[in-house]
Design a protein around this ligand. Structure first.
Ligand code: NAG
Ligand code: NAG
Ligand code: NAG
Ligand code: NAG
Ligand code: NAG
Ligand code: NAG
Length: 409
């Protein structure tokens, strides 16, 4: 329980902004130094590379291939590797010169591990101390004052954006090395509750069926678009008004059964099936870039992605500024169209609960009463594409986990 909580926070990379700075590229910097290829590889696998590229005033304490072998010999999970490596990313700029001229000879540097808000006490800090003979020692603060990792050399300095230095060995930390649970053990509603989506999380917790659908998909790939609290509060009367079955469909509509990083969303614009997609009930939406922003659209409304709560293959959770409304349950505000019978369409018992990226079927029967007839053709083409896209994303996700499996053997 405690561990789960800890991990949640570990994996929660501080509300990541949507803008990506291209000032530096750690992958490219380290690619010029083959002795750091393993470290580089794991920065990419754990998505820490993206985090590093996004930030400025940062120091990466790189470990050479021999040092990484020592770490990998213990067969840590990829989640544990991520925690350990995030302790090697200091949220301040330390070039070789500054390291040798630390005020008072000693300093505590906050790390990316600490910035997740997960490391208890001071365990996410790294102690940097100028030692005798011009040596600079590094040690995790929860390591009993042991400063046995030493500064070796500067690899690349771009003041004051990024400094990449080599240290002699992995910083050991009991907290970072603690086995980190996998995705199915993550408490998704806990993550949402703690970071501005408590209203939505509570609605999800109160709905056993939708909760189970989310949990069932957590292992294979899941991306959640949770409305921020103010938005969900304003929407709540409408939500409360829904029948029990429609509440479930609505909650399932706000997640898709595949992992989608923000850059995947940006490059894969188009129709997406959701956890609520079931047979003729499409419950889909369209992903579309608007400048730097990613928007989600239905015929009823458009919402913006405003932040990232979790981006950890195979799971992602994004916040949205408003509540995305499925056309199957809501009507566009001022259209005086003939009222369809919403209960009839949406309340029909579900034949099966295949939540695995089920592509919509050929028939468009459920749309017929609500939509203008000319919609069908365009919807159909879009659906076919979405089906293919979703399947291939899932396939990649599987390949990815297989690769991980091998790497960790
Ligand atoms: C960083 O560099 C690597 C290797 O050159 C490249 O594959 C990757 O796309 C780059 N990332 C960004 C964000 O430019
Ligand atoms: C350096 O040490 C002095 C005296 O102990 C203290 O007042 C000061 O805050 C220290 N400076 C830093 C940056 O830690
Ligand atoms: C860093 O560790 C050394 C050795 O344990 C200790 O003397 C020093 O006070 C620590 N520095 C800080 C800033 O806590
Ligand atoms: C630091 O980053 C900024 C953009 O964020 C860029 O304009 C500048 O050239 C970078 N400095 C160095 C030394 O790379
Ligand atoms: C997950 O978090 C929610 C709310 O934060 C909490 O009520 C629930 O007990 C947690 N579940 C588990 C299994 O830890
Ligand atoms: C709730 O449903 C009723 C009947 O369908 C409708 O008249 C009313 O406007 C709805 N209220 C809200 C807040 O959507």
């Amino acid at each position: 329980m405690q561990l789960t909580k800890l991990l949640l926070s570990l994996l929660f990379l501080l509300s990541v902004t949507v803008t990506i700075s291209n000032a530096h590229n750690i992958t490219r910097i380290l690619a010029a130094h083959p002795d750091f290829s393993t470290f580089n590889h794991y920065l990419t696998l754990t998505h820490l590379a993206t985090e590093i590229n996004r930030r400025t005033t940062i120091t990466v304490c790189a470990i050479n291939n021999a040092g990484m072998s020592d770490l990998l010999a213990k067969h840590p999970t990829i989640y544990t590797i991520k925690n350990i490596l995030s302790l090697h990313i200091l949220l301040d700029y330390f070039g070789a010169k500054k390291l040798h001229q630390i005020t008072n000879g000693t300093a505590l540097a906050a790390t990316m591990f600490q910035a997740t808000g997960s490391a208890p006490g001071s365990s996410g800090f790294v102690n940097i101390t100028d030692l005798k003979g011009g040596k600079v020692g590094f040690g995790a603060e929860d390591n009993g004052g042991n400063l046995d990792a030493l500064f070796v050399k500067s690899i690349e300095e771009k003041p004051y954006n990024i400094s990449v230095i080599q240290i002699s060995k992995i910083l050991s930390s009991d907290v970072a090395e603690a086995p980190a649970p996998g995705p199915s053990e993550l408490n998704l509603t806990g993550i949402m509750s703690a970071h501005g989506c408590k209203q939505f999380a509570d609605a999800l917790l109160a709905n056993t069926e939708a909760s189970k659908t989310y949990q069932d998909n957590a292992e294979g790939g899941l991306t959640v678009f949770c409305p921020l609290d103010d938005a969900f509060k304003a929407f709540f009367p409408k939500y409360k008004n829904l029948s029990a079955a429609d509440k479930t469909s609505f909650l399932e509509f706000l997640a898709v059964p595949v992992y989608q990083s923000l850059s995947m969303l940006k490059s894969n614009n188009g129709l997406m099936n959701t956890l609520a997609t079931d047979g003729e009930k499409k419950f889909d939406f369209t992903v579309q870039n608007e400048g730097q922003e990613v928007t989600l659209k239905t015929k009823i409304n458009t919402v913006k992605i405003t932040g990232t709560l979790l981006d950890e293959q195979p799971l992602a959770i994004y916040t949205t500024d408003k509540v995305l409304m499925p056309k199957e349950l809501f009507k566009a505000a001022p259209t005086p169209a003939p009222a369809p019978a919403p209960e009839e369409a949406a309340d029909a018992p579900k034949a099966h609960k295949h939540k695995k990226a089920a592509p919509s079927p050929e028939s468009d029967v459920s749309d017929a009463p609500a939509d203008s007839p000319d919609d069908d053709a365009s919807d159909q083409t879009a659906d076919d594409n979405a089906g293919v896209k979703v399947t291939s994303a899932r396939f990649h996700a599987m390949v990815f986990s297989l690769c991980l499996g091998f790497l960790l053997l």
